[in-house]
Design a protein around this ligand. Structure first.
Ligand code: KG4
Ligand code: ZN
Length: 340
């Protein structure tokens, strides 16, 4: 009888310290995420130096917790996986250094995983069956991009954002509206009471076929609609219909663009599956819009539950694919802040 191999995966690319235990059959035994939101909230965004220090403090307790919940010990682990790209370099380094030390100390292989590819793989994990080939959309705080995914480890970029990522736009608009950090969930809550048609905000590239995005003009449009021309001296609007309408109209513009570009990508590639990952895919309006679009197009939508949309270590189960191919990381594995 073949013995099961247990993987321990680490994620420290931005502001969540996470560890997960899964098997070579993609069974997730535990997934622990320690969020740093409280530490960054008063600065209105992630402060890289604070993130790195918080990862240093939290990582080992988070690993212990993941092992305890999986009911195994370090000696049972057969492989260590880590997201080593892309992300904040200091933050990534904490996970990469810990993963290297664990693999070396335990005498087991180390596998390096791309965080963005893992966001797509979260769909495979949640579906419990093959999802490839598919169009992949990653919408997070740092990335907004469409991929042709022929297999778990074969991703070709179809197009990305020319400026801000969708999540970044949510965070910046939340700041303009005085809704705090993190912005995505705050804007979504505020939008619930607003009229999405109150403002006709720009939907960049919606009428042309290019698979690219631009959200910085939209953010600026929200700023002028909120404050008029006197932007510099303006305080955020207080609670009320005006703020809710701005949030709802902004959210509606982002969702329209994302749904349209996914539709265009499905048509261009001829693929009939769409897999969506990253923090913004937690947004309920986006989920509903993609569902409706896929139904109309005759495509199958894969979108993970919320816990697998935002940053986590379970999605690094993509490492199992590399493990099967014997694609192990070198001893001098480094953190790579830019996409590899
Ligand atoms: O994937 P993620 O957890 O971290 C990165 O890799 O960036 O994504 C975080 C981003 C943030 O910009 C956050 O505001 C956004 O995802 N986000 C949302 C929602 N939940 C998180 N955006 C819109 N609606 C949400 N419900
Ligand atoms: Zn992410």
């Amino acid at each position: 009888m073949n013995r099961v191999t247990y993987f321990l995966a680490l994620e420290t690319s931005c502001d969540e310290t996470a560890a997960a235990v899964f098997t070579d059959e993609l069974q997730v035994l535990s997934s622990v995420v320690a969020s740093q939101t409280d530490l960054h909230a008063r600065f209105g965004g992630v402060v890289p130096e604070i993130a790195s220090r918080a990862h240093l403090r939290s990582l080992l307790p988070v690993v212990d917790d993941a092992l305890t919940r999986a009911n195994i010990g370090l000696k049972d682990i057969g492989c260590v996986a880590v997201h080593n790209t892309p992300g904040l370099v200091g933050a990534l380094l904490v996970g990469v250094s810990a993963a290297k030390a664990l693999a070396f100390g335990l005498g087991i292989p180390l596998i390096a995983v791309n965080h963005v590819a893992s966001h797509i793989f979260a769909c495979r994990l949640a579906a419990g069956r093959d999802i490839f080939p598919c169009v992949g959309l990653v919408v997070s705080g740092g990335h907004t991009a469409l991929f042709r995914c022929d297999a778990a480890l074969s991703m070709e970029l179809l197009g990305g954002t020319r400026d801000d990522a969708a999540g970044e736009a949510f965070d910046k608009v939340a700041a303009i509206l005085g809704l705090g950090f993190p912005g995505g969930p705050a804007v979504e809550r505020e939008a619930a009471a607003g009229n999405p048609k109150a403002h006709d905000f720009p939907r960049s590239f919606i009428d042309d076929g290019r698979l690219e995005f631009s959200f910085s003009g939209l953010k600026t449009a929200v700023m002028y609609a909120c404050h008029g021309q006197d932007v510099k001296r303006a305080a955020p609007p207080g609670p009320g219909q005006k703020r809710a309408d701005l949030a709802a109209s902004f959210q509606s513009a982002v969702v329209d663009v994302l749904a349209m570009k996914c539709k265009q990508a499905l048509r261009k590639t001829g693929l009939t599956r769409l897999a969506v990952g990253g923090g913004v895919s937690a947004n309920k309006l986006l989920r509903a819009a993609l569902e409706a679009m896929c139904k109309k197009e005759g495509a199958e939508l894969f979108i993970p539950p919320l816990s697998l949309c935002t940053d986590n270590a379970a999605m690094a189960a993509l490492a199992v694919e590399k493990w099967k191919l014997g694609e192990f990381a070198p001893d001098d594995l480094d953190a790579e802040p830019n996409w590899l």
